[in-house]
Design a protein around this ligand. Structure first.
Ligand SMILES: Nc1ncnc2c1ncn2[C@@H]1O[C@H](COP(=O)(O)OP(=O)(O)O)[C@@H](O)[C@H]1O
Ligand SMILES: [Mg+2]
Length: 309
């Protein structure tokens, strides 16, 4: 009830804005009115107005504007013109619906993949980890029954087991860090940054003035994007420093990941799954991604995600 009333109020508000901007445009042809038209269109899209609805509202507003100006209105011809316009635009509507469906599917797929990653990460960490503990104990017991000259072999096996354990833990963490679910994106990203910093000998700085936690989907999109950007920086950039800055930008969260490495020319060369995946993740949660790079100037990746407040 409350939701549908506020929806109607929002529609009426936007309809009035459209009528005002249209009236001003018809009478004065000010460029600023076209900017308002652009904003109104964007809001209408966000509010899920269909094209026939937009055409109908526009028709109503045009009649009101012309009426106020004392221009005689030929209603029948205006109506036919509107029907024609709605017909011409119907394929755009279909494309837009298809795009929206694709985004919804991509979102579901991401959720399913994250669930699977969570399950595998837990199995690796808990189940395989448990088996390893038993192997450790069995080897230690076995070692006690052996002669001193065989102890070096036992120690070697124990050392190798410890390595396997460490690798399993790291793999499990990279698949889906529990800290992301438990403590949120900032500690998870800080942890990630420390790991990359140690392994790749790159200075990684994380700065943020955003408190609180967005939705799990947004949090995951943020984490995965930073993860891929850091992996790319370590793999391709030869950078000595990476900066990760997360800030608030209106109702959005903006994350900037920049490195001082060799850079590359986006859109040329091999199209990688990494950059593509980042863009799809951003789209899937209503965000946006921009990649700015050039050979010799480092790489700047900016990600905007809705905070949904
Ligand atoms: N930070 C970076 N610095 C330099 N080159 C990069 C960087 N990020 C990406 N690239 C270039 O863009 C290509 C595509 O990246 P990506 O989509 O992640 O695929 P992949 O990492 O599997 O190659 C990389 O192969 C690399 O040439
Ligand atoms: Mg990559």
């Amino acid at each position: 009830m409350g939701a549908s009333r506020s929806m109607t109020e929002a529609t009426v508000g936007l309809e009035q804005q459209l009528e005002q901007a249209l009236g001003s445009w018809v009478e004065h042809s000010d460029e600023a009115d076209l900017d308002r038209a652009h904003d109104i269109g964007r809001t209408a899209l966000a509010q899920d107005w269909s094209i026939p609805h937009l055409v109908a509202i526009h028709g109503r507003a045009l009649r009101a504007v012309l009426g106020r100006m004392g221009v005689p209105i030929d209603d029948e011809h205006l109506r036919r013109g509107e029907a024609f316009l709605a017909g011409a635009l119907s394929c755009y509507e279909m494309t837009h619906r298809g795009y929206r469906d694709a985004i919804a599917a991509s979102r579901q797929l991401n959720d399913a993949l994250e669930q699977a990653a969570r399950r595998i990460a837990r199995a690796l960490h808990d189940e395989a980890g448990q088996v390893l503990v038993s192997v450790h104990l069995a080897v230690a017991n076995f070692g006690r029954a052996l002669l001193p000259e065989h102890q070096a072999g036992i120690s070697e096996i124990q050392g190798l087991l410890a390595q396997v354990e460490q690798q399993l833990r790291r793999l499990s963490h990279e698949l889906r860090p529990t800290v992301l679910d438990d403590l949120g994106w900032l500690p998870a990203i800080q942890f990630l940054a420390e790991g990359v910093s140690q392994r790749a000998q790159i200075e990684v700085h994380v700065r943020s003035d955003v408190g609180g936690r967005p939705s799990p989907q947004v949090e995951t999109a943020l984490y995965r994007t930073v993860q891929e950007a850091l992996t790319n920086a370590a793999r391709h950039s030869q950078a000595s420093r990476v900066d990760i800055e997360v800030e608030r930008d209106g109702g959005m969260l903006r994350c900037l990941i920049s490195d001082d490495g060799v850079g590359f020319e986006p859109g040329t060369g091999r199209a990688g799954l990494g950059l593509l995946g980042m863009r799809e993740r951003a789209d899937a949660v209503g965000g946006r991604l921009s990649v700015v790079s050039q050979p010799g100037t480092g790489t700047r990746i900016t990600l905007w995600l809705p905070l949904g407040e």
